[in-house]
Design a protein. Sequence first.
Length: 116
Amino acid sequence: MLLELLSGRRAVDRTKAGVEQNLVEWTKPYLGDKRKLFRIMDTKLGGQYPQKGAYMAATLALQCLNREAKARPPMTEVLETLEQIAASKSAGRNSQSEQKRVQAPVRKSKVKMGAL
């Protein structure tokens, strides 16, 4: 499910060629590499996503794909990580809007007293 959210693709897509038909096979080489992660991200996002959050989600997805069940994170850990991603996204959004408010110049209208 995480891979579908990150990539915007279905788990199996017969319209794609070769390895790209299987989402897991296609994404796995990119999940652990911050510099290559953009290659699997949903193009509809237009690059407008928190890179740190995307990398955290990708790393989590990679852990969930481990062949050994005991090596996979428990659902409590998955939930905690997703909550951290959501919290950092909210914090980033709040600080950006505060910065915009602080940086926006306050314009005072110049009214000449003699004109009234």
